[in-house]
Design a protein around this ligand. Structure first.
Ligand SMILES: [Zn+2]
Length: 144
């Protein structure tokens, strides 16, 4: 069964149930559809705007997702800020020192140039790019 929102020539809106869309066409073409309000047989499917509804829905969904992402990013920033040391531009140097046991093992974050990143990778040093949103203070940086 499918439901259509129908409208008569006098703009009375009502619902009609049909076994399929062809059933609707048959009934409409045979004048079997009548407005329950005025009895008019000039009935057609009301124009719906599913695209608009869908867009609104996905917009709301996107906003919810964005909120969730923002919350997650804030949590990750917080965790990184609490558990890792900001070594700034010395990242490659510090990562290497930790890797070779010259410095105590700890979580660090900072910046590295692409050649530095490549070199770390080549040496088998575990370093991962941090999405901007996960960098501690990223939210504050954006506000300034
Ligand atoms: Zn009517």
């Amino acid at each position: 069964m499918i439901r259509y929102n129908l409208i008569c020539a006098d703009n009375h809106e009502f619902e009609g149930w049909f076994s399929n869309s062809a059933d609707y066409d048959d009934q409409a073409n045979s004048g079997l559809l009548n407005c329950p309000v005025c009895g008019s047989s000039e009935v057609e499917k009301a124009i719906m705007a599913p695209a608009v509804k869908t867009a609104r829905k996905s917009e709301a969904r996107a906003k919810t997702a964005e909120k969730a992402m923002t919350a997650i990013a804030a949590k990750i920033r917080d965790e990184i800020g609490k558990n890792c040391e900001d070594v700034g531009a010395n990242f490659a140097e510090e990562a290497r020192a930790i890797h070779y046991g010259e410095k105590p093992e700890r979580g660090i974050y900072g910046s590295a140039t692409p050649p530095e990143t490549e070199a770390l990778k080549a040496e088998g040093i575990d370093a991962h790019p941090l999405p901007d949103a996960f960098v501690p203070g990223a939210d504050k940086t954006k506000l300034n």
